[in-house]
Write a protein that binds this ligand. Sequence first.
Ligand SMILES: [Zn+2]
Length: 444
Amino acid sequence: MPQHENITTAKEGTLFSERQWGLAVKTRAQTEKENLAAAKINEGSIWEKELAQSYEGDQWILSNTQKGEQKGGLWFVKRKLYIPAILRAKILHRFHNNQSAGHMGITKTTKTVAKHCWWPGMRKDIKTYVTQCDDCAMNKSRGGKPTGLLQPVAEPTRPWECVAMDFVGELPVSKGHRYIWTVLDLFSKQAHFIALAKLPSAEKLANLYINHIYKLHGCPSRVVSDRGVQFTAKFWGKFLEMLGAERSMSSAFHPMTNGAVERTQQTLGQFLRIYSNKRQNDWSKWLAFAELAFNSTIHSATNKSPFEVIYGHEIQPLPQLPKWPENGETGAGKWKAQMQECWDQVTASLKEAHKKYKTFADRKRMEGDKLEKGDLVWLSTKNIKLGLPSKKLSPKFIGPFRIQEIINEVTFQLQLPKSLGKIHPVFHRSLLKKYMGTLDKVDT
Ligand SMILES: [Zn+2]
């Protein structure tokens, strides 16, 4: 209370003076900087220009003008921005390779692109593009059996009601950090990634929760953690104490293992492997982008992006692409109804996804692609020492290398470069993954 009085009695202009907020004098350099920023924000209109120019020679739109609609010099088909042939690769790069997109898989990339854009054969183009992406091939596992079976968790019905958290590490030191604390909302699938210097005690974690999560999302009714009953109970007790709440509420938490966090961490790992430098000591600078990419990507369990479930709309990771002008009513009542509908859908989807995931978890591993002599393959780094500081952030596959000899159905001899050192070049089938890129296709 006394603090409050201090603030209200302070005279206007003393506490929040312009000088204190650095707004006092605009120097010439600052003005120049601002102009530069303004130019960047105009990237949207640069796209507009580029699009408008590219329509001219575009075969499809020339012979299908009746299928499209023109608005402000731009073409829309079914209310989606039509992308001319020569710009498609650039758009795919933006929605797949950019650090705000995070090299997501075929389904997720397709969903993201389809939200904004359209062109004939778009789905096939995306499939080819992602399949041929070398960054993805080197850094993602084959996507076989998920680790650990999914156990029934009481299904939440609103965002940040049930929270799952865990830690990734130990990682190579990055700006003094060695661990990533991942906090996941089991309803919207929104995640926060926080870099930590060391593994916190339960007390410390309660403090961190308040400073990073509670201030944004309030008090959860359940916390799920893989760190064991003891730890979670201690954390929960301390957390309630800090809120000034009754300790007896602690029956609310429900500790158990959960596949959701592991999958979030897999996605996070993929992201950091792709964008981190060779020494892997810059991962902490990518965390914010990883979080944004994760939260803007449509989640298979809800069929919506976490941002959409939380805010009712997508956030803009980059300057906006031109959009179909929507002129429906946007009253608060309508928004509320939309959010309710959205959450009902999410609740239903979560039930469905849960069922599906269970079936998937029980299914056996699929057979791989057929490999032949002369084929190019990626080699798993599982049993290879790469001399990089962290196994967790190292590429999962290296190559591609050519198959020199098929020794038997499951044993292959590869042509390895000298740079790999003395490695016996014979490998089991399970360590190889067919190369899907364009190296071999160039000269044919
Ligand atoms: Zn990729």
